[in-house]
Ligand binder design. Structure first.
Ligand SMILES: [Zn+2]
Length: 306
């Protein structure tokens, strides 16, 4: 009888060891500890119980349970680990920061701005309801990225000056030069942080209410889209100059619109800015120019801080 009990207990101990050994391989210490504790409990139960046979059975069950727990835990952890890895991989694409966000939205922008060929007036008509599409905090309407007081940009949206916008500006500049006019790029892309500095300086100088009429808060500036350009002296002295008049009448031929026209402050949210043009691509700039409407009116959106 003793020999049999000893044999059974040895077997139980071996199971415990086998169980521990299996768990130890490549598994976290927490799992090992749990298994060891169960195995110890099993041994203690076997020793303290009067009826050796039932004690051994209990011990076997405990060991089996411990082993099963270990395997279940192992399996669960592998599953969790794979799931976690997949989750990380899936998150890696959209969570990659400003550059990746910018790359992902690039096709939408390039769809909207890729055409350099001016449409004939019959090619466009004014669509009824605007199609709005929001992506990672960016709002597009008919392919146009919107940034005004109602539609902000994420602080990490940092695309730099759009290459197509820049090339089209150079074409505009050359065309103006052929008319003897001198138009130059004064301010293009502005990051969230830089806009914050500019805006805060104006608030310190003029107060917030005044600053809000001519300077965007960080995250609300069209310059952060990389699709807006301020030309020449960036103040009211530019208005009425031959360059300003030419810009107003011809910028749409290169895909730009005059973004903050005179008398539209209640709609755009900004004073007249004769120097600020926005690249939307010729597919949009022609119909918008022909409509005589601001971007807000054309798309039926508002612009005020909510
Ligand atoms: Zn501007």
């Amino acid at each position: 009888m003793k020999k049999r009990i000893l044999a059974i207990m040895t077997f139980a101990a071996m199971l415990s060891l086998a169980s521990c050994g299996k768990v130890v391989e490549g598994q976290p210490s927490a799992v090992t500890n749990t298994t060891t504790k169960s195995a110890v409990t099993a041994s203690t139960t076997a020793v303290s119980t009067t009826e050796a046979q039932s004690a051994t059975t209990t011990a076997d069950n405990e060991v089996s349970t411990a082993s099963a727990e270990a395997q279940t835990t192992e399996s669960a952890q592998n599953t969790y680990s794979e799931a976690a890895t997949e989750a990380v991989q899936q998150q890696a694409v959209p969570a990659g920061g400003g550059d990746q966000t910018s790359n992902q939205s690039a096709p939408q922008q390039s769809n909207a701005v890729s055409s350099d060929t001016a449409p004939t007036p019959n090619d466009y008509n004014y669509g009824p309801a605007p199609v709005q599409y929001s992506y990672d905090g960016l709002t597009y309407i008919q392919g146009v990225l919107i940034a005004n007081k109602s539609y902000s940009l994420p602080s990490d949206f940092n695309p730099g000056l759009d290459a197509t916008c820049q090339n089209q500006f150079y074409k505009l500049q050359n065309a103006a030069a052929q008319q003897g006019l001198n138009i130059w790029l004064s301010s293009g892309f502005r990051s969230y942080d830089y806009q914050a500095q500019i805006y805060n300086n104006y608030v310190a100088r003029d107060g917030q209410a005044a600053a809000d009429t001519y300077s965007a808060r960080a995250g609300y500036s069209e310059h952060q889209t990389g699709l807006a350009i301020d030309v020449n002296q960036i103040d009211d002295s530019f208005a009425g100059t031959p360059e300003a008049i030419w810009l107003e009448n011809h910028c749409h031929e290169y895909g730009f619109i005059l973004r903050y026209p005179q008398g539209k402050q209640s709609i755009t949210g900004y004073q007249y800015e004769s120097w600020h043009i926005r690249y939307v691509g010729t597919d949009m700039s022609y119909p918008i120019h022909a409509s005589g409407l601001t971007l807000e009116e054309y798309f039926g959106i508002d612009s005020y801080y909510h």
